[in-house]
Design a protein around this ligand. Sequence first.
Ligand code: FO1
Length: 320
Amino acid sequence: MRTVVITGGVGGARFIRGLQSHLGEGPIAGGAEQITAIVNVADDMWMNGLRITPDLDSIMYALAGANDEERGWGRRGETERVSAELVAYGLGHSWFTLGDLDLGTHIARTDLLRQGIPLSDVVARLCARWGLGARLLPATDSEVETHVHTTDGEVLHFQEWWVRYRATRPAERFEYRGSDVATPAPGVAQAIREADRVILAPSNPVVSVGAVLAIDGIAQALRETSARVVGISPIIGGRAVRGMADACLATIGVAAEAGSVGLHYGARLAGGLIDAWLIDTVDASALPELQRAGIAASAVPLWMTDLELSCQLAADALRA
Ligand code: FO1
């Protein structure tokens, strides 16, 4: 079976690991099950002359078992000697640390990109080292970056808004800069169309899943695929599971509620993007309104605090 997961970084990584565990996937792949992750690139940025791609790296490191589980990003056992040197030269960023091992990835990626190799091929090359047992595709090979227009008139790259200001500066709107000319990376639309099932990971609906859907042709492929499309709420009990999805939802006028986010994606039979929507048991009161909207909703435990729970969530998603 072919499963496609549309995802951002941390939440999606946990879910995909659960999916691999449930399908008996991973490096010992039977091959009968194929997982393709279509990953957000709009968190990406140039820093110190290097192309940083946080969501792709979160998924790659997590599936490789090389990630820092506590922080949710970067490498396990990281050191920051090079970053300290950059600071000493006045070229560091107090609010964003590039670890030494992580820099190995950024240098390798930038080296390949500067040779004219498209991002999707660069991703395949970097992932080949780790033997992930899943295919990672960037949503697009173009540079698309989320910029945040704050209510006090400044425009910040998403990373600065997210990491430096922890999403505390009210955002008037999110601009997916470059999405107007971006096209899906090779294989993305085809993967969605040929999938047996598509899952929207419990990632930020605005700056992660939303930024993927902003790439021309991807939302359309979702509407047209014969696969069942199942979404997983990133909001549990009115709070974002990780990060600050609630701050992003407020900006687009969607309540930080599991039901509201499902309605925001909309039922495919009503022209929307999902057939089914998983919410946590604490949000079960939202089931009727979702079902009335044509969304097959179910309430299951959504917290993925360990692999066992992620595996169970994957099983629930495939059954939804
Ligand atoms: N997040 C932080 O909160 N602080 C950091 O210093 C930081 C550095 C960093 C470096 C590379 C990378 O790929 C990700 C990094 N992140 C950091 C996380 C990043 O902001 C998130 O992974 C996503 O972009 C937000 O979803």
